[in-house]
Design a protein around this ligand. Structure first.
Ligand code: PLP
Length: 471
């Protein structure tokens, strides 16, 4: 089966349409074709090994080819790969639900499975809307979702309606209902200090509640940290304050923990940092240790019970997908969680967090690093054209790629979000591996200084020309 790099690259170019990828540009370059993984590293078809510095985009927990997770999948494969969850049950999805209920903030007792984070968000939004419709009937006015500016909740249309990202979702906005948006507390940009930043966000939420009395079904928020916005970490008190505000106004709170769940921010779930129990939580990504597509929406007995009644009442949650509760995925998740427990993975993160923070703080000395933000095993390095004014680069300039391309040459795979370079290694990385990844990142950053300086100069003097725009 194993073809060489050139043959695979040709077939890839001919047939595969990649997500979030401008194919015209991609097809001009020699692609990276992964053929194997081992621990925290991936091997390409040319035989080169790289650190998986993005955890394959927020997913990987322990590493690749983890014997315990491999074994859990193989064992399940020996029984049955998939049977439906529509009106019938299966063993691993039951056992996993029991585990998840124990792990999430207390009070979330009902588990609804899906296949991706977007779908988990989608289910949460639909549950929230139908919760009010079931309670108040068709006449309910509670059909608005309140979300935060620059937030990201996935690419399915419900998730996009809640939080459209202009760059990604501009073609779809016309057909979607618009959500109410409040500013997320962005400490670096607000200039108001931690408490002032939190206060401003919460005031904006309260104002929207007041302007739309009885209309908001739910607030959706990325717990503690906006990821796609560029690792924007909320100052202390925001999530707690938001949760209290929702309670006071009788609005459901949806915590999107798709990215932050399963230890990524240093706790099992980011809500734990502030002792918050949302009404609904969406989880995915790290759930299977980065092995298989599985996600879930968990909610309270109170929400769940609003869906109970006779079949004829149509209070049923008529939502699901072909592979909902897939046994292999659930077995992988059980294997992942068991290993997290046995290796005391989360308890062991403190030393790794210290290493990340000390290296990150040193990066502030770089002339174009405006801010470094980190929590748990996520690091974001924001480049700015001018530190004084915090001037940003045009999105098309792809400032962050100047560093990420260098890092790849040195054996570290990382991706930027605009001008924020992101590093989020698997939680299971050893201190030595982590240190080596941070060394590569630091070296790449400094090596790119001149190139970034030239770009910054152009941006500041207004001579930067948009690539591809007419002359
Ligand atoms: C990735 C992500 C999603 C979407 O998950 P998919 O599995 O990619 O559909 C939703 N919310 C957040 C916060 C995410 O990071």
């Amino acid at each position: 089966m194993h073809k060489d790099h050139d043959a695979l690259a040709r077939l890839d170019r001919d047939h595969v349409w990649h997500p979030y990828t401008q194919m015209a540009e991609y097809n001009e370059k020699d692609p990276l074709v992964v053929v194997e993984g081992d621990g925290r590293r991936l091997k390409d078809a040319k035989g080169r090994w790289y650190y998986d510095g993005t955890s394959s985009i927020w997913l990987n927990v322990h590493g690749h080819r983890v014997p315990e997770i491999d074994a859990a999948i193989v064992e399940q494969l020996g029984k049955v790969a998939h049977s439906t969850l529509l009106g019938q049950a299966n063993e691993p999805s039951i056992l996993l639900a029991e585990e998840l209920v124990k792990l999430v903030p207390e009070g979330l007792t009902r588990v609804f499975y899906s296949d991706s984070g977007s779908e988990a968000v989608e289910a949460a939004i639909k549950m929230a809307l139908q919760y009010w419709a079931n309670l108040e009937g068709k006449e309910t006015k509670r059909h608005r979702i309140l979300s935060f500016e620059d937030g990201y909740h996935g690419d399915t249309l419900g998730a996009v309606a809640a939080a459209p990202v202009e760059t990604f979702h501009w073609p779809f906005k016309a057909m979607l209902p618009s959500a109410l948006r409040a500013p997320f507390p962005n400490l670096y940009r607000s200039g108001k200090g931690p408490q002032g930043t939190v206060r401003a966000s919460l005031n904006a939420v309260e104002k929207l509640f007041d302007e739309h009395p009885g209309e908001v079904a739910a607030v959706i928020v990325e717990a503690m940290m906006q990821g796609v916005a560029g690792i924007v970490v909320a100052p202390e008190g925001f999530l707690k304050g938001l949760s209290e505000l929702c309670r006071e106004h009788d609005v459901l709170l949806i915590a999107d923990e798709v990215a932050t769940g399963f230890g990524r921010t240093g706790r099992m779930f980011a809500c734990e940092h502030e002792g918050v129990t949302p009404d609904l939580i969406a989880i995915g990504k790290g759930l299977t240790g980065g092995y298989l597509p599985l996600a879930a929406t968990l909610t309270t007995d109170e929400v769940y019970e609003a869906f109970l009644g006779s079949h004829a009442e149509k209070k049923t949650f008529f939502h699901g997908h072909s592979y909902t509760g897939n046994q292999l995925c659930c077995a992988a998740a059980l294997g992942n969680l068991k290993l997290m427990r046995e290796t005391k993975l989360i308890e062991g993160l403190a030393g790794k967090e210290r290493l990340i923070s000390s290296r990150a703080e040193a990066m502030r000395e770089h002339p174009y690093v405006g801010d470094v933000r980190y929590k748990g095993m996520v690091l974001g390095i924001e480049l700015v054209a001018d530190k004084e004014t915090k001037a940003t680069y045009p999105w098309e300039a792809q400032a962050g790629w100047r560093i990420c391309n260098r890092a790849r040459e040195k054996g570290l795979l990382v991706r930027p979000l605009g001008s924020v370079v992101i590093c989020m290694p698997p939680l299971g990385s050893t201190l030595e591996e982590l240190s080596e990844m941070l060394d590569i990142l630091t070296a790449s950053l400094w090596e790119a200084t001149e190139e970034i300086s030239t770009l910054s100069e152009k941006v500041l003097t207004g001579t930067y020309e948009r690539p591809g725009s007419p002359a």
